[in-house]
Design a protein around this ligand. Structure first.
Ligand code: TYM
Length: 344
């Protein structure tokens, strides 16, 4: 962070994204989302929030939730978000999200939500036991984005379907209320090699906060030894690395590790393969472990330092919330007027 505050952005494009405070952040969150936030703040006006409303769709210990929010905020700051440039806040500090979500609950169709694969994955066989909130969660996500009329949403591949739903809701609102162009149709930014990082224990499932095995992921707060050990223990196969990317087909674990290396080094996967072709994982894994530790290690250290001063994090979140409320208020007022509420 430099001392001089950069000039604010005034263009029409606006970035919005968020992360749930529902577990330890991992390498997938970092490469799929956080790393892009810091980059985009230099290109467009940027709003990044902590999704504590989303988090309670599954049980969260009330005594811990506030601190979980601070941890995500610390991760944002440690990965390079600058509160003088980007607006950083907690979702629960801006009630307009929930107010717009109600209107969108009345715009979205049940059939649209029935198609959401993330709900099916999370609910499994016992959907009747899940909270109603978990089911309508993508509608709240649409409200998060559209309350700011955001145009660009940096997320990992797993959020693509929610972004398609957001566009459908925006289009239906604009059509039903005859307000063409009122809501933009936001674009998901999922490009890049880090968009879908897989578990270190099984290359066919994504790296996830909720995986019961801690060895399946590298957490931002892991120490260097733990990170190296997890890479060393990562599941692989007995073959050597091939020369061509196509020849990794059918080897999801190898593909994932090469992808992680490429994403962290800012290189093409083919370029990484060319360097390691003919070598086995005994050669590749130590190099990958060094790279992971060199990139992720300092982030965990910065997070710990920031979390030692929770009052400063709260100050940043409060200032961000004030700015977010200012931007959301006229948009919500307009929605109430369009819908025809008595209180508008
Ligand atoms: P969440 O908290 O599950 O994940 C945060 C971000 O990390 C990305 N991600 C991954 N990327 C690559 N590989 C992985 N294995 C991986 N796992 C997670 C996610 O795609 C996400 O970008 N619904 C969102 C939070 C949210 C939101 C929003 C996002 C609420 N409202 C509005 C954008 C805009 C979620 O649960 O992310």
């Amino acid at each position: 962070m430099t001392d001089q505050a950069p000039a604010p952005f005034t263009g029409k494009s606006r970035v919005l994204s968020g992360v749930q405070p529902s577990g330890d952040l991992h390498l997938g969150n970092y490469l799929g989302a956080l790393v892009k936030f810091a980059r985009l703040q230099n290109e467009m006006e940027t709003f990044i929030f902590v999704a504590d409303l989303h988090a309670i769709t599954a049980w969260q210990d009330p005594a811990k939730l506030k601190n979980q929010v601070r941890e995500i905020a610390a991760a944002y700051l440690a990965t390079g978000l600058d509160p003088r440039v980007a607006t950083i806040f907690a979702q629960s500090a801006v009630p307009a999200h929930a107010e717009l979500a109600w209107v969108f609950n009345c715009v979205a169709r049940l059939g649209w939500l029935d198609r959401m694969t993330q709900f099916k994955d999370k609910a499994g066989k016992h959907k009747e036991r899940e909270s109603v909130g978990l089911y309508t969660y993508p509608v709240l996500q649409a409200a998060d984005i559209l309350i700011y009329k955001a145009t660009h949403v940096p997320v990992g591949e797993d959020q693509r379907q929610h972004l398609e739903l957001t566009r459908d809701i925006a289009a239906k609102f604009n059509h039903d209320f005859d307000t063409p162009g009122f809501f933009p149709l936001p674009e998901a930014l999922t490009q890049g090699p880090g968009a879908r990082i897989m578990s270190l224990r099984d290359g066919s499932v994504k790296m996830s906060k909720s995986d019961p095995s801690d060895n399946s992921r590298i957490n931002l707060t892991d120490d260097a030894d733990t990170m190296s050990q997890k890479i060393r223990k990562a599941r692989t196969d007995a073959e050597v690395l091939p020369e061509k990317l196509e020849d990794l087909a059918g080897r999801p674990e190898a593909q994932n590790l090469i992808g992680i290396y490429a994403a962290l080094a800012g290189r093409q996967a083919q370029d990484v393969l060319t360097e390691f072709a003919g070598h086995g994982f005994g050669v590749f894994k130590p190099k990958l472990a060094d790279l992971v530790v060199s990139v992720m290690g300092p982030i965990g250290g910065d997070m710990r330092r920031m979390l030692a001063d929770p009052a400063e994090i709260d100050r940043i979140l409060s200032a961000g919330a004030e700015r977010a409320r200012e931007v959301a208020a006229p948009n919500l007022a307009e929605v109430k007027r369009i819908v025809g509420y008595w209180a508008s």
